[in-house]
Design a protein around this ligand. Structure first.
Ligand code: CP3
Length: 342
């Protein structure tokens, strides 16, 4: 096994960590904006295998990252389950809502997602062929709680209020929705693996708003169920879990879910993660994405501090969240240089 990312995921401590970046294919790159314009809009880009593969490859060509992440979106699963989905420019996603048993009854069974998602599997097949030999291909899906927050509210929300309300007031509908997304996610990620994804990542961007037993029931349990099913079908595929803003709950998350790696956001320190999270295995993270906008000596110092703090165990260098559209590509190159010379 020679690919750097797979070595870190297998538990190896490396002198130089593998590097990739959340949202590495995105609006901060002029070539991404050009290809998106060619596709027409964001969703058309997601469902066009040639162009989706092209934007996945763009940051690999420009920066030589150690991993490529499939270009798609976590909200394609709700759409494959029958939800309406569209993106409002400058605002974000909009979906038809799930607020009661009638809406739940209108969703498709999980086994019917593949027709809609077939172009995504084709993108994975193209990438498996075209990526450089040293680059690892990462597939992904949203974790059930995070996907449910969008399906219930019909949009992004600052506090996930509508999802918490449904969870507390109509537990039957809420858990039926979590279960449906869980089943669909298992089938979706299995299909990505069969098409050529070498690693998969679960994005639980809103895990931090689940407290106490809710965190166990709706962040840990569905993740554990997905990982167990994937390991059963594909025992050698490593899985990265990202329960964003889990704070203290990052501790033991890998053990509780079976994840090979826990991705951490930048609200916790790399030194703290080295002590409390890395003891269970690989840690991915966690530079503040703002440095990709501001650059300068602070960026270099921060990249080197994180690299050194996590050098005693398996580490994948990444940002704590996605790179933003206002980032300067020159700062990405400076980050990579800083990590590789730390
Ligand atoms: O490069 C990559 O990381 C791979 C592709 C990827 C996208 N979205 C492309 C995208 C991945 C892994 C995602 C995950 C995703 N999508 C998450 C989880 C990670 C996170 O950011 O917390 C979430 C919550 C979504 C849902 C989503 N998609 C939102 C809320 C938005 C609008 C906000 C925004 O940044 O515009 C999107 C759109 C989106 N997904 C874009 C990209 C490149 C921007 C769309 C555009 O090009 O106009």
């Amino acid at each position: 096994m020679t690919k750097l990312l797979l070595r870190a995921l297998a538990g190896e401590s490396l002198p130089t960590p593998p590097i990739w970046m959340m949202r590495q294919a995105g609006r901060y790159l002029p070539e991404y904006r050009a290809t998106r314009a060619q596709a027409g809009d964001f969703l058309s880009l997601c469902y066009n295998p040639d162009l989706a593969a092209e934007v996945t490859l763009q940051p690999i060509r420009r920066f030589g990252f150690d991993a490529a992440i499939l270009f798609a979106d976590i909200l394609l699963v709700p759409q494959a389950l029958g939800a309406d989905l569209w993106f409002v420019t400058g605002e974000g996603p909009r979906l038809s809502t799930v607020t009661g048993p009638e809406d739940m009854a209108r969703l498709k069974p999980a086994t019917e997602i593949h027709e809609r998602l077939a172009p995504v599997y084709e993108t994975v097949r193209i990438l498996a062929r075209e990526l450089p030999g040293e680059t690892t291909l990462i597939g992904f899906a949203g974790a059930p709680w995070t996907v449910a927050t969008y399906m219930i509210a019909g949009r992004g929300t600052p506090d996930q209020g509508p999802a918490h309300k449904l969870k507390n007031q109509d537990r039957t509908t809420f858990t039926a929705l979590i279960d449906r997304i869980t089943e669909a996610t298992i089938l979706y990620l299995s299909a990505q693996i069969e098409a050529g994804a070498e690693v998969v990542k679960l994005f639980d961007s809103w895990a931090g708003s689940l407290k106490g037993a809710d965190f166990d029931d709706f962040a840990v349990a569905p993740t554990r169920r997905i990982i167990a099913a994937l390991k059963d079908r594909h025992p050698s595929i490593p899985i990265i879990a990202f329960p964003r803003e889990a704070g203290e709950r990052y501790i033991g998350f890998a053990r509780a879910t079976g994840a090979d790696c826990v991705a951490i956001d930048n609200s916790v320190s790399a030194e703290w993660a080295a002590q409390h999270v890395q003891s269970d295995g690989c840690v991915q993270g966690n530079m503040d994405p703002r440095h990709m906008v501001t650059g300068g000596p602070a960026l270099v110092a921060e990249a080197q501090r994180i690299t050194r703090a996590l050098r005693g165990g398996p580490h994948i260098f990444n940002l704590g969240h996605g790179i933003t559209p206002d980032a300067d590509p020159a700062n990405v190159a400076a980050m990579i240089e800083a990590v590789r010379t730390a």
